[in-house]
Design a protein around this ligand. Sequence first.
Ligand SMILES: Cc1cc2nc3c(=O)[nH]c(=O)nc-3n(C[C@H](O)[C@H](O)[C@H](O)COP(=O)(O)O)c2cc1C
Length: 181
Amino acid sequence: MKILFFAGALRKDSCNKKFVREAMRLVEAKDGHQTEFLDLKYYPMLPYDGDIESASGVPETTVKLGAKIREADALIVSTPEYNGSIPGILKNVIDWLSREKQVSLTGKPLLLLGASPGALGAVRSLWHTRQPFEVLGVHVFPGMMGLSNAYNAFDEQGRLKEEKTTQQLQKLIDQFLDYLK
Ligand SMILES: Cc1cc2nc3c(=O)[nH]c(=O)nc-3n(C[C@H](O)[C@H](O)[C@H](O)COP(=O)(O)O)c2cc1C
């Protein structure tokens, strides 16, 4: 299985990048999976604009990202929560991808994670982020995990500090990998 990991966040110290990298580390501890982390900072896309699309098609970065997604058997994505919902950066990426004809998201399995410094752990964003993916036919795994208090959750190496949090993530990943079989 080829699994692609990314966060719906750009900043270098992003807790969602850390969280999805921890998910990747746990997947890599299992045999038989190829993994790749992808940083959306290096796939910049202007806000969706139909005039840009009419004049020059989808951005080159969308085509490149689409190719990565097309090659992947499954996706694991960690999303921040902005104003109780999906962050614009991630929604914009989804919108552009939906216009890229060479990539079909239909049937692509997706595990959704979220992280926030607050007490709710991006849980509202998780539910809102499911929706556009599901509209595009993505098979969003029923289980999700929101990480609360995320600024204090990682050590200097970016590893989750709490064993019980690692175990919770491990359990969800095991369920997702079983589902992929
Ligand atoms: C515009 C904006 C809106 C935000 N709204 C929320 C929110 O509704 N809920 C929440 O838990 N955190 C909210 N936050 C705080 C983010 O969770 C925090 O910036 C987090 O670090 C973003 O994820 P990242 O670390 O992966 O970049 C907001 C941050 C910004 C910049």
